[in-house]
Ligand binder design. Structure first.
Ligand SMILES: [Zn+2]
Length: 481
């Protein structure tokens, strides 16, 4: 009897312990779930949630945090909040219009980095003792600073290189996707954007808010020959190609011209590329399989949203079918058809050639720092993938080198680095003298590389405009070691 009782007691105790363990686990499980939920919200959801400029939490944050600064990769401040004696705050842009589109503004809906990283600059990760001190003394906390991938010297070279022309300059680091400079003109002064807002908005012809590097859609002119040339290689038609250029040629009532109708004589594939011979490339267009060319254009990111962390990007467009008349096919092959491209897209393709065919997704900020310069968050970029094989990239590189050594890009010859590229002079009206000046390409030295796309609207030939600007970019980059 005693034994039975003892056993029952022991069993009761065991059951009680089991229940206790079970309850502990249930609570622990619930707690962990809650923790995961909280972490997930902080890490993933909260940014989108809070980043909306209409979110009341941002307004709340602005009551306790002074918006952080924006600086370039070489530590030049391009946006900061100044607190006046009466505690009112003004957002100041020390470089004015130079960073108008890259940095943007934080009022009237916001734009550029100010918009994309809004939330980041409204948080504060200062040392906790400093935080406690400021909170106790009723002062606002200094927000985190945004560090751009842009180099101030390159941005300056691009900005002043544009002179009075409208257009766009964008440079990328091919093996990371870092944006090294981003200039769009016409521009505006972010310091006075609030005061200027009504006149900007009411002027329907004004396009100053448009970031031409990512949103400007331009006829590519001869830079499109990169696409045509790549398809020639893929169809195995490049090595045997030869054409007699007489300076111009008529098809179905359409006359295709070389620059100033200069006869290039016998052109093979590489020399036609270097000389930018329209007659030879127009005829290449007629030789190509339109379906395959169309598939290649898809692979080269035409007609789709570009893979990039940058906001407000437009899609480049390219269309060709078997039913297109010969004249349109020839025009498309030399970039004078219906094709439209953004400068960012062209810089990405130049980067791909420089980077063995692999595209890295362009991005404009790679770290967030607290007000004392401590790193809070870093971003290393993403790989999109290959758009051409390593062998194709190598061949394309040889063609682009020939443009610099023997062709239309000789203004980029330098003892300091090796440049590669394709020039373009794109007609944009029936007046053949009205042309945009284009260049896309890259330069390298000891493993360091920079890729760029430049368009100067209505500037004329690339040798007189886009090439000298690119030269100053490349010179600046390689002096910057
Ligand atoms: Zn020619």
């Amino acid at each position: 009897m005693d034994n039975e009782l003892r056993e029952e007691n022991v069993n009761k105790k065991k059951r009680g312990r089991k229940r206790y363990v079970l309850i502990t686990y249930v609570f622990l499980g619930l707690f962990l779930l809650l923790l995961v939920r909280l972490l997930f919200f902080t890490a993933v959801e909260s940014e989108d949630f809070i980043n909306s400029s209409y979110n009341p939490r941002l307004t709340k944050l602005s009551e306790t945090v002074v918006r952080g600064k924006i600086k370039t990769s070489d530590d030049v401040i391009v946006a900061e909040t100044i607190t006046n004696d009466d505690k009112t705050e003004v957002r100041n842009y020390p470089k004015g219009p130079m960073y108008a589109h890259a940095v943007g503004y934080s009022v009237n809906g916001s734009l550029g980095a100010e918009k994309d990283f809004n939330f980041r600059m409204m948080r504060s990760h200062i040392f906790f003792l400093k935080r406690i001190y400021l909170e106790l003394s009723g002062e606002k906390l200094p927000g985190d600073d945004l560090v751009l991938t842009i180099d101030s010297k390159l941005q300056e070279a691009a900005y002043y290189g544009m002179g009075d022309y409208d257009g766009a300059v964008i440079a990328l680091e091919p093996d990371t996707g870092k944006v090294l400079c981003m200039v769009s003109k016409p521009d505006f002064d972010p310091n006075t954007i609030k005061a200027d807002w009504d006149s900007i908005i009411s002027d329907s012809t004004s396009s100053v808010l448009l970031n031409r590097t990512t949103q400007g859609l331009y006829p590519p002119g001869s830079v499109a020959k990169v696409l045509t040339a790549l398809e020639m290689m893929e169809e195995g038609k490049a090595d045997t190609f030869s054409y007699e250029c007489e300076g111009e040629e008529e098809r179905e009532g359409y006359t295709i011209h070389c620059y100033r109708s200069t006869a290039h004589g016998t052109e093979d594939f590489a020399s036609a590329f270097a000389d930018s011979c329209n007659v030879a490339f127009g005829n290449m267009g007629l030789m190509l399989d339109k379906n395959r060319l169309s598939l290649l254009s898809d692979r080269l990111l035409f007609n789709k949203k570009l893979p990039t962390a940058l906001s407000n990007t437009e899609k480049s467009s390219f269309n060709i079918t078997d039913n297109d008349p010969e004249a349109l096919v020839m025009q498309t092959a030399i970039g004078q058809g219906k094709t439209l491209v953004t400068p960012l897209h062209m810089a990405m393709l130049a980067s791909a050639v420089a980077n063995e065919g692999v595209i890295k997704e362009p991005f404009i900020s790679d770290s967030i720092e607290n007000a004392d310069g401590g790193v809070v968050k870093t971003y290393k970029g993403k790989t999109y993938g290959s758009v051409m094989t390593k062998e194709e990239a190598e061949k394309m590189k040889e063609l682009m080198r020939l443009v610099i050594t023997d062709g239309t890009g000789q203004g980029l010859l330098s003892d300091d680095y090796t440049a590669y590229g394709k020039t373009g002079t794109a007609e944009y009206s029936s007046d053949k003298d009205k042309t945009h000046s284009w260049f896309m390409g890259f330069a390298e030295k000891d493993g360091r590389k920079i890729a760029a796309a430049v368009i100067m609207e209505g500037a004329g030939t690339s040798s007189a405009h886009a090439i000298p600007l690119t030269k100053s970019l490349f010179d600046t980059y390689f002096q910057n070691e």
